[in-house]
Design a protein around this ligand. Structure first.
Ligand SMILES: [Zn+2]
Length: 208
């Protein structure tokens, strides 16, 4: 079993950081409460250099925040796309981007819910258990406009569902009870500054 999949395809070897990150610039990560995170994003219609540059920036920004996935509205751009660099529960690493992603509905008989820990770069410092299916299939396009299907299981399925929620204008807090949501926001209030300090240190290290 290959240990790295890039754009859904197995590769023999891959650098620690996706090559996109070298070309990118760090952008500010939006936080829960900012409007761009709470409304559906627009479809991408232009597959050109601006889109490629946005993907580069998103990869670098995700790495500086120790993230496993990042949607465009998390850097303030209301377009439907996300990037990811995420392990599954078998230790396989999945790296890539997907444009105009749509989560395929799964048969009820086919899906099993896992109630496991989840965090979000836009809710810095909080982790909550969120029920998600153990498998996800996302259909969309790559940066050149070629059709793409990405499948994931375990933690990577959680990532695919979480990021597709983002482009639909949902954050994971929207899937929690009022009490749990309060708990998450309290965790964020307590830990936000520490998370920001760590991100600043990562940015310094990556640009050093
Ligand atoms: Zn998120």
């Amino acid at each position: 079993m290959p240990s790295v999949f890039v754009q859904g395809r197995p590769v023999d070897s891959y650098p620690r950081l996706a090559p996109e990150a070298r070309r990118g610039q760090v952008r500010r990560i939006t936080e829960v409460g900012e409007e761009v995170l709470h409304k559906p994003c627009r479809d991408v219609t232009e597959f050109g250099p601006d889109l490629a540059a946005l993907i580069d920036d998103m990869f670098l920004t995700m790495y500086t925040a120790d993230g496993a996935g990042l949607a465009a509205n998390q850097v303030g751009v209301d377009l439907r796309l996300f990037v990811y660099d995420c392990p599954d529960d078998e230790g396989v690493r999945h790296v890539g981007h997907i444009v105009n992603p749509v989560l395929e509905p799964l048969d009820a008989a086919d899906r099993r819910l896992l109630d496991e820990g989840e965090g979000c770069l836009s809710v810095p410092g909080a982790t909550m258990d969120v029920p998600r299916p153990d498998r996800a299939v996302v259909r969309g396009y790559d940066r050149h406009g070629e059709p793409l299907v990405i499948e994931g299981t375990g933690y990577f399925a959680r990532c695919l569902a979480h990021e597709t929620d983002h482009v639909d204008g949902q954050v994971y807090l929207d899937r929690l009870s009022g009490r749990e949501r309060k708990d998450a926001l309290r965790q964020m209030a307590d830990r936000r500054e520490a998370v920001f300090a760590r991100r600043a240190a990562n940015i310094a290290a990556l640009s050093g």
